[in-house]
Design a protein around this ligand. Structure first.
Ligand code: ITT
Length: 201
């Protein structure tokens, strides 16, 4: 039975959210800081799913552990889906990425500022490869608001609550976010997998 699960991300914000989403599993959650010598792999896929699988396979092969990795990003309709797969590379820091996004949307009126966050989580182990997808729809504000979360959270408004993701607590965000939706499915799958290993019939 796998007693450990490697959460293969170097993004602190993702790590905190994923750790909370998987907290009630009977598995020790291990971070990549326990493997500082491992390199990063280029995200060379052409979809979130391919990139998530590339990351999870790589770290599973390197460590032998049951591994989860995810690829995520922000798709803005008025920008033809950009920054999308390239969200992490859209600027050198969260502040730079947000400034660039707001500049590109400067002349775009409110009703055309629609966007979605997408997340694909990949679970890879011996004889196991599964992916789980989640998305959430919202709107890009004209100025940042809120201090929680990470990345584009301060400018991503979740219309049903009238707040940005950065104005929500971590658990409020996860209840509706792309990552929450993907990882709740992954968690259900893991619960069944662990039950089956405990009671093989
Ligand atoms: P790992 O590959 O190590 O997991 P990364 O930050 O490079 O970390 P991605 O390639 O998946 O991860 O890039 C995702 C980017 O999309 C992330 O850096 C943010 O800019 C943005 N993003 C994804 N989910 C987000 C969220 O919940 N809130 C705000 N921004 C998010």
């Amino acid at each position: 039975m796998p007693e450990k699960l490697l959460i293969a991300t170097r993004n602190r914000g993702k790590w905190e959210e994923i750790r909370e989403l998987l907290a009630d599993l009977p598995l020790a959650l291990i971070g990549l800081d326990e493997f500082p010598h491992l390199p990063d792999i280029p995200e060379s896929g052409s979809t979130f799913e391919e990139n998530a699988l590339l990351k999870a396979r790589f770290f599973h092969e390197q460590t032998g552990m049951l591994t989860v990795a995810e690829d995520s990003g922000l798709e803005v309709e008025a920008l033809g889906g950009a920054p999308g797969l390239f969200s992490a590379r859209y600027g050198r820091s969260d502040a730079e990425r947000i400034a660039r996004l707001l500049a590109e949307l400067r002349d775009v009126p409110t009703e055309q500022r629609t966007a979605r966050f997408v997340c694909v989580a990949a679970l890879v182990g011996p004889h196991l490869e599964r992916t789980f997808a989640g998305e959430v729809h919202g709107r890009i504000r004209t100025a940042p608001a809120g201090a929680n979360g990470f990345g584009f959270d301060p400018v991503f408004e979740y219309p049903p609550l009238g707040k940005t993701f950065a104005e929500l607590t971590r658990s409020e965000k996860s209840a509706v976010s792309h990552r929450g939706r993907a990882f709740r499915q992954l968690r259900e799958f893991l619960v069944l997998l662990l039950e089956r290993e405990r009671n093989p019939s």
